[in-house]
Design a protein around this ligand. Structure first.
Ligand code: BDP
Length: 697
């Protein structure tokens, strides 16, 4: 009987379903006993002889990690006392060849050393060492040196004070404003750990469509309580601000950035904020964009607005992150061109502590966009990157899209701003134009769902964002492999299979969703296909504005004969995309209106190629399902079932996307669906009815 109980206890611990809460920080006993013994020999104790908060965090994380991985307690001691086999954590401000947050891990004969110039550097080194262990790599003769390429690696939360999240698909906000500052949800610390483990060092906790409430003393206390939790993990807090706050909460008659009283109000507000949060990071601002007020309401420009806030923050070393996501209602304009037109003339006019944050593409986080032309055009203004991790246009949390390839595609694009090789990555890491301020932001996909991200595999997107913000030269594949090993399984065949499935997922989504350079076939909630949508308060909020289907063909002519948006790029870039005969197919319909019967480089006509992609894309989801089934034995049952269910939904919805597009476009092309594909079972009317139901989501 006794044995039975013990067995049941052990069994239930081993088989305890994995709810995904631990993300990639799963420090379970390493199965390979040989490796485990080797690791245990070199990690017998941790030497910590400082009270630096981040260093203490580092020691604690290392202790927890090692205890889990090697299965024995690892004491933290103040000195090695002549003993060998320990890990020494040191801060050394004079270390050569790393920057302030970099780390150096070296195995000496009898001990391992993790050193950095700051506590945060050591903390990142600790997580790097744990990554080595968890992914089964040797730690003998280890010599790892790494520094982040971007200074501010941050998440942008689009979280509202009422707990909802704009474009959030993983539950409610993590921040329980109504409980703060008195009650500190333990999850705040786990959030900070997860971010620190991938190098993220900043977080904007509220929506860019901001409420001025966050600047009141009442809320600043709450924000300060979060900042206190994040600080030992090297994470600074930032706030999105509502530009007219001097009016809404300050009692002033204006928010004009050139008005002395308004300037004084912001300066006083900054002083107040820094009393609450001495290491406050700064402001993120969405102004004169999608109805948000801004400096233009007073006849001023973006630089006037940003500079006023920058002057208020400068004495405290805070920064202003001013967003370039702007476009005005103009029936004759091309939204593609709007941000460039407004920002290019302001190059060089911003204060030193301002950075302009630009979305990766010119429109809005589409499944595939060319890089924003702004990246090639503002050498005298630091430009930061804004990626979207949450899957606003990528099927929410039911469709699988591993986003590293989206991020990489943009980072690796050549702007030619300083001749060949002037990639977007080199623009935003500051190396091309010697920017003194660098930012990479990701709109967070986290929420109150137990597994943080809704889709279990969407955790990989948060992970990939952090890893790329640290080092944009990493490949999508290496990040995927690492994440799978850290999170799902170490079995080599399954690691390979899941990595492969992740790597394919984005292209599959593009194929059934927006192939050949189509964009924005949504209105409303940005989930269901609505390529027929042609009515809205603004033309650029309809779907037909983007695809321009007519009896002749499909696509948006942005060449010199069309909207001329292509002219915003450097001539070398224009040459790549200018000619419909040679324009790479992924960008074809972004820049050209192509006749239905035009032969493409695939030797198929545009119509046949489109159909092929819609059908092949939808079919490929079946392939993903098969691959996932093949790894079942190596995946936690709860995670397996969750992903399997979501893939099944994706399969259904991919067919529905395919049907919506082909049936709708067929009304213009008047061409048959090419063999071997069969006509959809439903009618266009039926698809539209289905969409109406989904728009109620
Ligand atoms: C769009 C979103 C909207 C955001 C906006 C932004 O649909 O919810 O407020 O971007 O980035 O993608 O400001």
């Amino acid at each position: 009987m006794k044995y039975k109980i013990v067995f049941l206890l052990v069994f239930s611990t081993i088989c305890k379903a994995d709810d995904g809460y631990r993300l990639w920080l799963k420090y379970d006993l390493i199965k390979d006993t040989g490796k485990r013994a080797a690791y245990a020999r070199s990690t017998q104790f941790i030497v910590l002889n400082s009270t630096n908060p981040a260093l203490k965090t580092a020691a604690g994380e290392l202790q927890t990690g090692l205890q889990g991985l090697v299965g024995k307690p690892v004491p933290i001691v103040a000195s090695a006392g002549g003993k060998t086999g320990g890990i020494v954590l040191t801060i050394n401000p004079n270390l050569p060849s790393i920057n302030d947050e970099g780390y150096q891990i070296t195995s000496q004969k009898t001990s391992l050393s993790i050193a950095g110039k700051t506590g945060s550097g050591v903390l990142y080194g600790v997580f790097a060492l744990l990554r080595q262990l968890k992914t089964g790599q040797s730690i003998d003769q280890l010599s790892l040196t790494s520094s982040p390429k971007i200074q501010h690696r941050m998440l942008n939360h689009w979280d509202n004070p009422d707990g909802s999240i704009e474009r959030g698909y993983a539950g409610q906000s993590l921040w329980k404003w109504y409980e703060l500052p008195e009650r500190i949800d333990p999850r705040y610390r786990d959030y900070a750990r997860a971010n620190a483990s991938i190098g993220i060092n900043g977080t904007v906790v509220n929506n860019v469509n901001a409420s001025s409430r966050f600047l009141t003393a009442e809320y600043l206390q709450k924000v300060a309580a979060l900042a206190n939790v994040f600080r030992p993990y090297g994470i600074k807090i930032y706030l999105s601000v509502y530009f007219p706050a001097p009016k809404t909460i300050g009692g002033l008659k204006t928010a004009d950035p050139l008005d002395p009283d308004v300037n004084k109000w912001w300066a006083d507000k900054a002083n107040e904020i820094y009393k609450f949060i001495p290491d406050f990071g700064g402001f993120l601002v969405k102004a004169n964009s999608e109805g948000q007020p801004g400096p233009q309401d007073y006849g001023r420009n973006h630089a006037d607005g940003a500079n006023m806030l920058a002057r208020a923050l400068a004495p405290h070393k805070g920064i202003v992150i001013w967003r370039a996501f702007v476009y005005k209602a103009d029936p004759n304009a091309d939204r593609f061109k709007a941000a460039y037109d407004e920002f290019k003339p302001l190059d060089g006019q911003f204060e030193k502590n301002v950075i302009v944050q630009v979305k990766n593409g010119p429109i809005d986080f589409q499944p595939r966009e060319p890089f924003s032309p702004i990246f090639g055009t503002m050498p005298q203004t630091p430009l930061g990157m804004e990626f979207q991790i949450t899957q606003e246009y990528l099927g929410f949390s039911t469709h699988l899209v591993y986003e590293a390839p989206i991020f990489k595609e943009c980072l690796d694009s050549d702007t030619y701003a300083g001749g060949q090789g002037s990639t977007v990555a080199k623009v935003i890491d500051g190396s091309l134009h010697d920017y003194q301020l660098t930012v990479m932001a990701g709109v967070a996909n986290t929420g109150s769902d137990r597994n943080w991200t809704g889709h279990p595999l969407a955790q990989a997107n948060w992970y990939a964002f952090g890893r790329l913000a640290w080092d944009h030269t990493l490949s999508s594949e290496s990040i995927a492999t690492e994440w799978v090993k850290m999170t799902l399984t170490a079995e080599p065949q399954s690691v390979k299979t899941v990595t492969d499935l992740l790597l394919k997922s984005r292209e599959i989504y593009v194929n059934y969703n927006t192939p050949l350079g189509l964009s924005r076939p949504w209105t409303g909630v940005h989930f269901a296909p609505e390529p027929w949508q042609n009515r809205s308060s603004r033309p650029d909020w309809t779907a037909v504005y983007y695809h321009r289907a007519d009896s002749v063909g499909l696509g948006f002519d942005r060449t010199a004969k069309g909207s001329q948006a292509l002219l915003q790029y450097r001539p070398q870039v224009q040459r790549q995309w200018n000619n419909p005969e040679t324009c790479p197919l992924p960008y074809l319909l972004w820049f050209h209106h192509v006749p239905w019967t035009k032969k493409l480089s695939t030797d198929r006509t545009l119509w046949d190629e489109l159909c092929t992609r819609f059908y092949a894309g939808a079919d490929s989801v079946g392939g993903l399902q098969k691959q996932w089934t093949s790894v079942k034995k190596d995946i936690d049952p709860e995670t397996f079932a969750d992903v399997a269910g979501r893939l099944a939904t994706q399969q259904k919805e991919a067919i529905w996307w395919r049907d919506a597009w082909v049936l709708y476009l067929q009304e213009f092309s008047r061409l048959p669906i090419p063999a071997p594909y069969k006509k959809p079972d439903r009618t266009l009317k039926e698809v539209k009815e289905l969409v109406d139901i989904y728009q109620l989501r």
